[in-house]
Design a protein around this ligand. Structure first.
Ligand code: DQA
Length: 144
């Protein structure tokens, strides 16, 4: 089983950016968590991060026929990108949306998610552990 974890803009700045909102764990900590989860769960996890909307769309398209599930934190593009929504719909790969912060308790514009419309589930406000929860959910779903 192969799961692709996609992160959008500024997620590579974890640990530096707004620690009061996103915590003090770094992007390297997130990558370590993904590697640990892959080992423990005996699955393959590929990760991809980009600050560019078109690159995220390209990666989703390229994953067609290659991965079983997608975990995606589109970051700021969550709230603006119909292109990412359409790419997820185009490949029709089971997907889970993750947000590190609790977007529901933040600004009103963060409460709109386009990508989420193509996802089976959204996990928010769980910090980095939200990625692990999303992977475990997808593993369970894909095994059924
Ligand atoms: C985020 C929430 C978004 O609103 C924000 O633009 C991000 C990160 C999160 O993980 O909490 O960059 O997706």
């Amino acid at each position: 089983m192969k799961i692709l974890v996609i992160n959008g803009p500024n997620i590579n700045m974890l640990g530096i950016r707004e620690p009061g909102i996103y915590g003090s764990n770094t992007f390297a900590d997130l990558l370590a968590l993904l590697e640990q989860t892959a080992r423990e769960e005996n699955i393959e996890i590929e990760q991809y991060q980009s600050n560019h909307e078109g690159c995220l769309v390209d990666k989703i398209q390229e994953s067609f026929g290659k991965v079983d599930g997608i975990v995606i934190n589109p970051a700021a593009y969550t709230h603006t990108s119909v292109a990412i929504l359409d790419a997820l719909k185009a490949v029709s790969i089971p997907a889970v949306e993750v947000h590190i912060s609790d977007v529901d308790s933040r600004e009103p514009f963060r409460q709109i998610s386009y990508a989420g419309l193509a996802c089976q589930k959204t996990i928010k406000g769980q910090g980095l552990q939200g990625y692990r929860q999303a992977i475990l959910y997808l593993k369970d779903f894909l095994q059924k």
